[in-house]
Design a protein around this ligand. Structure first.
Ligand SMILES: [Zn+2]
Length: 479
């Protein structure tokens, strides 16, 4: 069973989901999007927030249970606990022993899985509509009859330890990103890896799992989202029947430690024998659609696209095409984040180009671009791309449901979805530029180098010394 622990591309999914409707011949009015993606929502008396996205074009339903607890809610010293809980939810109950849920869904041709992000944990199943009650029965059962038996707890600890080895420790680029994120967030829990530090994971006990579950897996801390061939009336009736008995729990505030202003540029270099291609990463903490100066979120999304969203973007054009210093440049920014977002610039140097040279060129280009004005045509193209890009990756019912789940998990609602394309198109050059200038400040920058292990110096010989290879003259510069 695949278990992911992050969504790297939710903003792309959102663009795609919106694009599906615009490219399908609909004009871009909010009313049309509203009609194409109707959403109803209500709350049960125990506080369970229910979102219904009726869509009778296919006889399927996607059932999503969103727990408003993610890696940022991991207690200090217990990083990875939210993800561990995600695994333990599959460890079976007295009524439905381990594996039964997955087999039951598989037998009827459905799909199910779960993932943990920094902000929330999501469990989903997609089945033919007549199987929705069965999904709800099993979902309610594992919420109400959860036990943390020592054997299951120990077994799953091995599984997540192996998952960390596979995803992070066997992958120097992942280790490098993990170190850079830890360097980036001075105080906010987003500096902790979602999968957890191995040292913390080793300390997990059944009591840790039980405490986290009791605190967070409560009706008032969850969102049920059902999309597909159902009516809000049906869902209300079924939700009441299956989830009405869940205990409400306390209302939890997401009062995470706040990120202070950065006052000093930070940088780090990692060398590893397994690295084949050097990489440069530059990142800045930025406002999101929910945290900080939220009015800058959409301008930043447009600016990130303008800067490095694809082969026609201005940074790609300058560094890859014209100056031939890089083989790739990509800028990412995801506005859907309960805490601060990150604006990231990834680049790979061309052969024979050092990371120092590439970084210097990047800084020159950023200074030039941020001095303004922006290229009007490139801005228009960036907006079009942002809204309409890549309809090939449209993910149907489940993709759209995931987007809405992410929006709701962030404490927003369908208005965000309905207005998204209009607001993206309304971003002015001035707004994009001033948001970018506010975020891309040198003293707030974090810069990472990923390099192959430096080759050991040649063993001394009696032969005349060959000139040292060029790479040997570059002093490692880790700070
Ligand atoms: Zn996992």
């Amino acid at each position: 069973m695949l278990k992911r622990y992050f969504i790297p591309v939710i903003v792309v999914l959102l663009a795609l989901a919106v694009a599906v409707y615009f490219l399908a011949g609909h004009s871009s009015t909010i009313r049309d999007v509203r009609a194409a993606v109707p959403v109803e929502h209500f709350r049960l008396s125990n506080g369970l927030n229910v979102v219904v996205m009726p869509n009778d074009r296919i006889p399927l339903v996607t059932h999503m249970l969103i727990v408003k607890a993610g890696a940022a809610d991991d207690p200090y010293g217990k990083s990875g606990l939210a993800h561990y809980l995600e695994h333990l939810m599959f460890s079976g109950t007295k009524n439905f022993p381990e594996g039964m849920y997955e087999r039951a869904i598989g037998r009827v041709g459905g799909a199910q899985n779960a993932y943990t992000t920094r902000d929330y944990t999501l469990y989903f199943s997609t089945v033919a509509k007549e199987h929705l009650p069965a999904v709800m029965t099993m979902e309610a059962d594992r919420l109400m009859n959860r036990e943390f038996e020592p054997a299951a707890v120990a077994r799953e600890l091995k599984v997540i330890t192996e998952e960390r080895n596979m995803r992070v420790d066997n992958n120097p680029a992942s280790q490098w990103m993990e170190q850079l994120d830890a360097l980036t967030f001075l105080n906010h829990p987003y500096g902790q890896p979602t999968i957890g530090w191995a040292e913390d994971m080793a300390s997990f006990t059944a009591a840790d799992a039980q405490d986290f579950f009791t605190r967070h897996y409560r009706a008032s801390n969850m969102i049920l989202l059902v999309a597909g061939d159902v009516t809000a009336r049906d869902v209300r009736r079924m939700a009441q029947r299956y989830y009405g008995a869940l205990s409400a729990g306390d209302t939890l505030a997401r009062d995470w430690p706040k990120e202070p202003p950065a006052r000093m540029a930070r940088r780090g270099e990692m060398r590893d024998a397994r690295v084949n291609e050097p990489r440069l990463l530059r990142q800045y903490v930025a406002p999101s659609a929910v945290a900080g100066t939220t009015a800058q979120a959409m301008p930043l999304a447009v600016f990130a696209q303008y800067l490095g969203g694809g082969d026609a973007s201005v940074l790609y054009t300058a560094l890859v095409r014209e100056q031939k210093l890089a083989t790739s440049v990509r800028v990412t920014y995801d506005a859907l984040s309960i805490g601060p977002a990150l604006l990231r610039i990834h680049a790979n140097p061309a052969t024979g180009v050092s990371l120092e040279q590439l970084e210097a060129a990047l800084d020159r280009e950023l200074s030039r671009i941020l001095a303004g004005p922006l290229d009007t045509h490139a801005m228009a193209r960036a907006k079009t791309m942002l809204v309409a890009e890549a309809t090939f990756a449209q993910d149907g019912l489940q993709g759209l449901a995931s987007v809405m789940a992410e929006i709701y998990a962030n404490g927003l609602d369908e208005q965000y979805f309905y207005e998204w394309a209009r607001l993206a198109n309304a971003v002015t050059e001035d707004a994009a530029l001033s948001a970018a200038r506010a975020v891309m400040v040198p003293k707030a920058s974090v810069t990472g180098y990923l390099l192959p292990e430096q080759k050991p110096a040649a063993a001394p010989t009696t032969a005349p010394a060959a000139p040292a290879p060029a790479t040997m003259t570059e002093a490692p510069n880790a700070l």
